[in-house]
Write a protein that binds this ligand. Structure first.
Ligand code: NAD
Length: 272
């Protein structure tokens, strides 16, 4: 299905590691909807991942950037505007990493250097991306900037440890920068709070499979997949959502508004 929703639009997609990544699915949909993009990821992820395969399929240039490095980001934005032939209409920040989660540290045993890395990579990088976009004057009016969040920003999911704080900061940055960018450039900034999704980042959380099944049963529509998320992102990049800004948008099949479901009660009653 393609409706040319992004025809003539240009942007940057951060975070396509492999074909499961939300950013990967998004890049495919952007291409199908007629948009042009630059793909980027951290240099180490580019060596390990398959980003060049994706770049070929969607006709995109790849420019490496560690999203915590202002120097890398400046280079990325300048080269993207040059290479794409004009200012940008959309940016997707699809980046998350916690050394504490990765190394299985419990919430009462966090390594604080790693905690700072979690915040820098998963949250402050969003501010850095937007500050760079603004300072290099890279955004077109009515552009759309998105980052991906998770409901652990509002509610406790114990195994998510310091990523919960990172997502809370991320969502707060979207509000504060959204205000600023709306006033200066009519650019909108939002976060999408996505269901648990089977990707490298998702599967890194302890007990992910059980949790995925729980969320599936707690969501009247079931879990939103990475493909569903990519479709929602396209809608948010399109001109149909120009007045939506400074929001944390729940994309979770109804999970966040549900107290209990028959499916979950049945599962508990059966003891499975
Ligand atoms: N998978 C889920 O269950 C889920 C649920 C809600 C939100 N999210 C969020 O979606 C986003 C995308 O994650 P995903 O699930 O597609 O997993 P993914 O592992 O495919 O993507 C995460 C990306 O972050 C990149 N990254 C890490 N450090 C970086 C750095 N310093 N600079 C630039 N890039 C860096 C990785 O290389 C990778 O491409 C993340 O923000 C994640 O927290 C995921």
């Amino acid at each position: 299905m393609s409706n040319n929703l992004l025809k003539g639009k240009r942007g940057i997609i951060f975070g396509a590691l492999d074909e499961n990544s939300i950013a990967w699915k998004t890049a495919e949909r952007v291409h199908a909807e007629g948009g042009k993009m630059v793909l980027t990821n951290a240099p180490i992820a580019m060596r390990m991942g398959k980003i060049n395969e994706l770049a070929e399929a969607v006709g995109a240039e790849v420019i490496g950037a560690d999203a915590t490095s202002m120097e890398d980001l400046e280079n990325l934005f300048q080269k993207s505007v040059e290479g794409l032939g004009g200012k940008l209409d959309f940016v997707l920040h699809s980046i998350g990493m916690s050394p504490n989660v990765r190394k299985g540290k419990g919430y009462g045993d966090l390594n604080y250097d790693w905690f700072q890395k979690t915040l820098d990579i998963s949250a402050l990088s969003f501010h850095k991306v937007m500050q760079t976009a603004e300072k290099t004057d890279s955004m077109n009016e009515w552009g759309s900037i998105l980052a991906l969040s998770y409901i652990a920003a509002q509610r406790v999911f114990p195994d998510y440890t310091d990523m919960a704080q990172a997502k809370a900061v991320l969502e707060s940055i979207a509000r504060s920068y959204g205000y600023r960018f709306a006033k200066s450039k009519k650019v909108r900034v939002n976060t999408i709070s996505q269901s648990p999704t089977k990707t490298t980042a998702g599967a890194g959380i302890t007990g992910f499979d059980a949790f995925y099944t729980f969320a599936e049963q707690m969501s009247p529509l079931g879990n939103a997949t990475a493909d569903d998320c990519a479709n929602y992102i396209i809608a948010m990049f399109s001109d149909f959502t120009r007045m939506v800004t400074m929001q944390n948008l729940m994309h979770d099949g109804g999970f966040s508004s549900t107290g209990i479901t028959e499916d979950l009660m049945d599962t508990i009653a059966k003891g499975v």
